[in-house]
Design a protein around this ligand. Structure first.
Ligand code: UT7
Length: 331
């Protein structure tokens, strides 16, 4: 909902992606696959994988420092830190947000994780906006961070080729001294009946790891079911964001979708009759980084000066839960 008095603005964006790059050819040495299969089925060439001593909070910290630097803001000015992750440093507690809060020295901030898988950053933006509209926060740090490489079955070619590690962060404020990007409207949805199609097997108290070949929680995905859901979720969210806000697709500069698979985006573009060029994609370099994929893309677009003040953009997420949703941002 839009509140006419208080607004939530994006003051800056930052990102951090580990330097270790793994190509499709590298993966072909691990499992029976090829660059040709992976690229033609997903649009992915490379993914970046965290160093052995890097955890989700480390990636999040680095992304946060770059966002705070760009905002010219001290961590002490933050009163809220939200972290979207499905690969926290610790499952359950402490939250990854608490670890980031401590390392930043954000001594005035509340800190918590939000779990909405690949839609996590979208959920966090709207949650921070709601805190601002209610008067509970004035400056927030919203982070998407993932070390998916630690929850992959590296012997399963169906999943191991799809994911990468990375983090992106945004500094939000309710105080726009100069023109800033305004989060105008969000749609958050969930189709929990499909929860079993995409899950971290062995990560909680529902399903112990029963596969002797894998001794840690790992991603299970029914690829085709998730693919169909993703195309539908992407189309529905774009169309609802446009109709709720009485906007036309021609007035949208970019759609920034979760970077799961280029075929999902091409199918949605075709179904909606929207030119594919309107969608920003970078999965060829980073693969699917779940909650981090949208802020990493926004940071890259910002650096390339693709985002112009006054542009209207849509960010659209979909993934585990099965969650989906989007934000209309007046950049
Ligand atoms: O972020 C969460 C959201 N995730 C998604 O949105 C992912 C959604 N799903 C997808 O993107 C696609 O379903 C996949 C990329 C995961 C798979 O593509 P697909 O065209 O649906 O392939 P498929 O699962 O139907 O598999 C076709 C064939 C199978 O072989 P058979 O049974 O026909 O002999 C697979 O074993 O391709 C085989 N295959 C591979 N071959 C080479 C699966 N993975 C690979 C691989 N290399 N890496």
């Amino acid at each position: 909902m839009e509140n006419s008095r208080v607004k939530a603005y994006i003051k800056s964006i930052g990102a951090y992606v580990p330097s270790r790059k793994v190509s499709n050819d590298d993966l072909a040495k691990l499992v029976d696959t090829s660059d040709e299969w992976i690229y033609s089925h997903t649009g992915i060439h490379n993914r970046h994988i965290a160093a052995d001593n890097e955890a989700a909070s480390d990636l999040a910290y680095n992304a946060s420092v770059s966002a705070l630097d760009a905002a010219g803001m001290s961590p002490k000015e933050l009163d809220l830190i939200l972290v979207a992750t499905m690969t926290p440093d610790y499952f359950g507690m402490p939250s990854t947000a608490a670890l980031v809060q401590d390392r930043l020295g954000a001594i005035n901030a509340a800190a918590m994780d939000i779990l909405a898988a690949c839609t996590g950053f979208i959920y966090c933006l709207e949650t921070a906006k709601a805190f601002m509209e209610s008067g509970s926060a004035r400056n927030a740090l919203v982070i998407g961070t993932e070390v998916l490489s630690r929850v992959i079955d590296w012997k399963d070619r169906n999943t191991c080729v799809l994911f990468g590690d990375g983090a992106g962060a945004a500094v939000l404020t309710d105080n726009a001294d100069s023109p800033l990007s305004n989060i105008r409207h969000s749609i958050l949805r969930c189709e929990g009946s499909g929860a079993g199609h995409l899950k971290l097997t062995g990560s909680g108290n529902r399903t112990p790891v029963d596969d002797a070949k894998v001794d840690h929680p790992y991603v299970y995905m029914d690829g085709q079911k998730v693919y169909k859901f993703a195309v539908k979720a992407l189309c529905e969210t774009v169309e609802k964001l446009l109709s709720d806000n009485k906007e036309h697709i021609d007035d949208i500069a970019y759609i920034v979708p979760h970077q799961a698979n280029i075929r999902i985006i091409k199918a949605a573009a075709k179904r909606m009759k929207v030119p594919f060029e309107k969608f920003y994609t970078n999965m060829h370099e980073f693969a699917n980084t779940s909650a981090a994929s949208i802020p990493i893309a926004l940071n890259e677009m910002n650096k390339k000066q693709l985002l112009k003040r006054g542009d209207m953009i849509l960010t659209i997420g979909f993934g585990g839960g099965l969650t989906y949703g989007g934000n209309l941002i007046h950049w």
